[in-house]
Design a protein around this ligand. Structure first.
Ligand code: PEP
Length: 248
C-alpha cells in the first residue's frame, strides 16, 4: 500500500526555503523505499507557484493549506479558489484543518470546499479531530462521525480524498494517542468511511506531533496510510528521518 508523508508548513517559509524541498528530493531520489510512499508539501500561498513549478517534474507534490469554497473568481478579498490553485500547478489541498475550523469553517462550508476542490481536480486532504474536552468526555467517536458524515458523500470520488485524523490536543503539543487509542480510532474512522462510500474507503492519515522519534509507534497500525506532519516538516533532516525511521 502506498503511504503518504504530507508536510504542512503552516505560516512558515520564504523563497529560499526551497532548499528544504531540494534536500528531501535528493534523499527520495536515492531511497530504496521510494516507490512505497508519496511526499506532498503544503507551503503557504506565497510559495505555492514557485514550488509547484520547480517540482513539476519531480516526485514532491505541492498542495495548498486551504481553499475558498465556491466560484472560480470572486470579489472576496484574500480568498483563493481551487481553480486558481490548480492553475498554478498545485495538486492537493488541505480542507478542514482545525486552525480553519477555529476561524469559522463549518461543516456546510467544508462540504462546499471539498466539492469544489474535487471539481477542480485537486486531491483533498480532509482533516478531522476532536479537542481535549471532547476526548475527556468520551465524545471522540461521535465528534469524528459527525465531521465525516456531514461533509463527505458517497458521490464524491473517494480516490481523490484522503482523511487526516488530527486530534486537536495533539497538534503542536508533543502528545500523541497511545497505540491502542489510535488503533481503535483509526478503525472507527475506516468503518465510518466504508459506510459513507459503500465500496472501499479513502486513505486515512494520522497527524499531530509526529516526529522522527515516535513515528515507529504508528507503523503497526494497518489503518494508518501515512502522516500529516506540521512542525517536523519544516526541517529537512527531521522529515527525512521520519521516513527513514518508518521503514527501518
Ligand atoms: C498540523 O498542524 O497539521 C500538525 C500535524 O502539526 P504538528 O505536527 O506540529 O503537531
Amino acid at each position: 500500500m502506498m503511504k503518504y508523508f504530507i508536510g504542512n508548513w503552516k505560516m512558515f517559509g520564504v523563497p529560499r526555503s526551497i532548499k528544504i524541498l531540494n534536500r528531501i528530493n535528493s534523499f527520495r531520489s536515492t531511497d530504496s523505499n521510494r516507490n512505497k510512499y508519496r511526499i506532498v508539501i503544503t507551503p503557504p500561498y506565497t510559495l505555492l507557484e514557485t514550488f509547484a513549478k520547480k517540482f513539476r517534474d519531480k516526485k514532491i507534490i505541492i498542495g495548498s493549506q486551504n481553499c475558498y469554497q465556491k466560484e472560480k473568481f470572486s470579489s472576496n478579498t484574500a480568498a483563493i479558489s481551487p481553480y486558481m490553485i490548480r492553475a498554478i500547478g498545485a495538486k492537493y489541498t488541505l480542507v478542514g484543518h482545525s486552525d480553519n475550523r477555529a476561524e469559522g469553517d463549518t461543516n456546510t462550508i467544508l462540504k462546499d470546499k471539498v466539492k469544489f476542490a474535487l471539481q477542480n481536480n485537486l486531491k483533498v486532504v480532509f482533516c478531522i479531530g476532536e479537542n481535549k474536552l471532547e476526548k475527556k468526555n468520551n465524545k471522540t467517536f461521535s465528534v469524528l462521525k459527525n465531521q465525516l458524515v456531514k461533509v463527505l458523500e458517497s458521490k464524491f470520488n473517494k480516490n481523490n480524498i484522503i482523511v487526516a485524523y488530527e486530534p486537536i490536543w495533539s497538534i503542536g503539543t508533543g502528545k500523541i494517542p497511545s497505540y491502542y487509542e489510535l488503533l481503535n480510532t483509526s478503525s472507527f474512522i475506516k468503518k465510518t468511511l466504508k459506510k459513507i462510500f459503500k465500496k472501499g474507503s479513502p486513505e486515512v492519515l494520522y497527524g499531530g506531533s509526529v516526529d522522527e522519534k515516535n513515528v515507529h509507534v504508528f507503523r503497526e497500525i494497518k489503518e494508518i496510510d501515512g502522516f500529516l506532519i506540521g512542525g517536523a516538516s519544516k526541517s529537512s533532516k527531521k522529515f527525512i528521518d521520519i521516513i527513514k525511521n518508518y521503514y527501518r
